[in-house]
Structures are given as C-alpha cells and as structure tokens.
Design a protein around this ligand. Structure first.
Ligand code: ZN
Ligand code: ZN
Length: 142
C-alpha cells in the first residue's frame, strides 16, 4: 500500500479518502481482475467512508490510476473492461478468457516463449512484450 501511495504522490496526486478507499479495494483483491462496477460494489459493501463515492468517481479514478501505471486495463470484446493492480513481481502475464462463462485466468509469460520464437523464425515478426488475450473454453465449459 505504501508503494502505491508513493506512486500517487510522485505524480502529484493527492491521496483523497476516495482514492485511498479504491486503492485499498484493489489491494485487497490483488491478483483479481475487477470491473469498475465490481470495485464500486465492493466499496459499497465495505460501507463507512464510501458514502461520497459514486460510480462516476470510480470510473474517473480508475482512468487516473491507469494513466499513472498503477493498474492495467484489460479491454474485453463485448464485455466491460477489467482492471488489475500492477504489482512489481508479477508485471507480465497473459490472459486466458473463456468465451462461455467469461472466466479469466492468468498464464505466465514464459508459456508463450516458444510461440514467439516460432513467429520470429517463420514470419520475421518480433512479438512485443504486450499482454496477450487468448480466447477459448475453460475446463468447466469444454
Ligand atoms: Zn468457462
Ligand atoms: Zn492479469
């Protein structure tokens, strides 16, 4: 949490109670991928200080967090975007997205190393270090 607050401060953003509350939710759910509405619901569930946070505030705040690299945004076809906290030790990973139940799983970057090598060899095309989205069917939906 302290690191996250430091990033905010470094970008000259004040740590308002709203931003702090949203950060806390993201931190508590680290490793998960949340839609803006999920974040809002979690804030409501936690109650107390969130009375002044509307859904629009959460949308704006997530945009801000994304701009300064605190969260990464995963845009999804026909679905709301999901956000996840960017944590140092697991920066790069790819996502497997189930076309049936929208479940989202992460895979380590190294699993795609062979594929990248193959593409480079056959197409002389160097794949960028960007998270990939791979669509398919999860074990339950197959
Ligand atoms: Zn599924
Ligand atoms: Zn992820």
């Amino acid at each position: 949490m302290n690191h996250l607050k430091k990033v905010l401060r470094e970008h000259n953003f004040r740590i308002t109670p709203q931003r702090q509350a949203i950060l806390q939710v993201l931190y508590d759910c680290r490793g998960h991928h949340l839609e803006t509405e999920n974040i809002y619901e979690l804030l409501v569930e936690k109650g107390t200080k969130t009375k002044k946070i509307g859904l629009a505030t959460v949308y704006r705040t997530m945009e801000l967090f994304q701009n300064i690299g605190l969260v990464s945004r995963l845009s999804m076809e026909n679905l709301p975007a999901r956000y996840e906290l960017v944590i140092h030790e697991k920066l790069r990973h790819h996502h497997l997205i189930c076309l049936q139940c929208d479940q989202l799983q992460e895979i380590e970057e190294r699993l795609t190393d062979d594929l990248k090598m193959q593409i480079l060899k056959e197409k002389q095309f160097q794949v960028a270090d960007q998270p990939m989205k791979i669509y398919g069917y999860c074990s339950k939906c197959q």
